[in-house]
Ligand binder design. Structure first.
Ligand SMILES: [Zn+2]
Ligand SMILES: [Zn+2]
Length: 260
C-alpha cells in the first residue's frame, strides 16, 4: 500500500495545501486544497473518498474534482462520511446554490458522485485496502480512520481533526498496530483556550492522550498552521520528545509492505 500526502496544512500558503491524502491511486482521505496536487490523469482514477468531517479545509476540493470529471463518463465516485458530514454536503454544497447537485448530474441514473453514510466502528474493505472509522472529538461530528492493507495488517491511522478523547485511542488499541500515526496539532500551549474551543490538539494535550496508546508507532504531525508552523512544531518536538515526532510534508510518500 502507498500513502501520498497531497495536503497536510492547517491553512493555505504557497506550496502547501489543506488535508488530502491519496491511498494507492484510487482512494482519498479528505479532499482539501491538497487535491490540487493530483494530475488530471490521477484524478480520473479516484474511485472513493473517505471524509473525516464537514469542515471546509477537508472538503473544499471535492466539488472542483467532480467538475473536472463530469464529462468523462467514469463510474460514480463513492464518498463516505458520517451522516452529519453527508447531510452537510447535500444541504450546503450540492444544493444548486453553492454548487450544482452533482448527485444528480449528469443524470439521476448515472451521477458522478454517490454519497454514503458510515458509522463509527464500521469497516469497509476493498482490494488491498481496509478502512475503519474511529471515534474522534472535534467541534463537529468527526471520525478518524484506521487503514490497513488487510483486516490483519495495519498501515496508518489518522485522527482527523481531534482534541482530548478516549475513544480514538481505545479503538486503536483494539485494532492491529499501525506503522504511522497521523495526528493534528494546530495550536501551542499558550493557545490552549482556543484549542479547547476549536477542538484541535496542542502538544501537551496530545502527549497526555498518547499515554492511552499501548504501542509506539511513528508519530507524524499534521494540520500545523502555515503562518507559524516552525514554532508550533518546535513545541511538539520538545513536549513529545519521547515520540520523536515527524512533521508531515506535502509530497511525502510512504510505502507499506504486507508485513508491518
Ligand atoms: Zn475541522
Ligand atoms: Zn481541519
Amino acid at each position: 500500500m502507498q500513502l501520498n500526502i497531497l495536503g497536510c496544512s492547517g491553512g493555505i500558503a504557497p506550496g502547501k495545501g489543506t488535508t488530502a491524502f491519496l491511498v494507492n491511486d484510487d482512494t482519498l482521505i479528505d479532499a482539501g486544497t491538497g487535491v490540487e496536487r493530483l494530475s488530471f490523469e490521477t484524478m480520473q482514477k479516484i474511485r472513493r473518498i473517505f471524509l473525516t468531517h464537514s469542515h471546509l479545509d477537508h472538503i473544499s476540493h471535492l466539488p472542483f474534482l467532480l467538475n473536472n470529471l463530469i464529462g468523462l463518463k467514469l463510474p460514480a465516485i463513492d464518498v463516505y462520511g458520517l451522516e452529519h458530514t453527508i447531510n452537510a454536503l447535500q444541504n450546503h454544497i450540492f444544493n444548486n446554490i453553492i454548487w450544482p447537485d452533482f448527485t444528480e448530474l449528469p443524470s439521476k441514473e448515472t451521477p458522478c458522485v454517490r454519497l454514503h453514510t458510515i458509522e463509527i466502528g464500521e469497516l469497509k474493505t476493498f482490494e488491498n485496502l481496509c478502512i475503519q472509522a474511529l471515534p474522534a472529538n472535534h467541534s463537529v461530528p468527526t471520525v478518524g480512520y484506521w487503514i490497513g492493507s488487510s483486516q490483519k495488517t495495519g498501515c496508518f491511522a489518522f485522527s482527523g481533526d481531534c482534541h482530548h478523547t478516549q475513544g480514538f485511542w481505545k479503538a486503536l488499541n483494539h485494532l492491529p498496530p499501525v506503522k504511522h500515526l497521523i495526528v493534528d496539532n494546530q495550536y501551542m500551549q499558550k493557545e490552549s483556550a482556543i484549542s479547547e474551543l476549536a477542538k484541535h490538539y496542542y502538544a501537551a494535550a496530545l502527549d497526555e492522550d498518547l499515554e492511552q496508546l499501548n504501542y509506539h508507532p511513528e508519530l507524524l504531525i499534521t494540520h500545523l498552521p502555515p503562518h507559524n508552523e516552525a514554532e508550533v512544531f518546535a513545541e511538539c518536538q520538545t513536549v513529545l520528545k519521547d515520540w520523536q515526532p515527524i512533521q508531515l510534508t506535502p509530497g511525502s510518500i510512504f510505502s507499506y509492505t504486507n508485513e508491518q
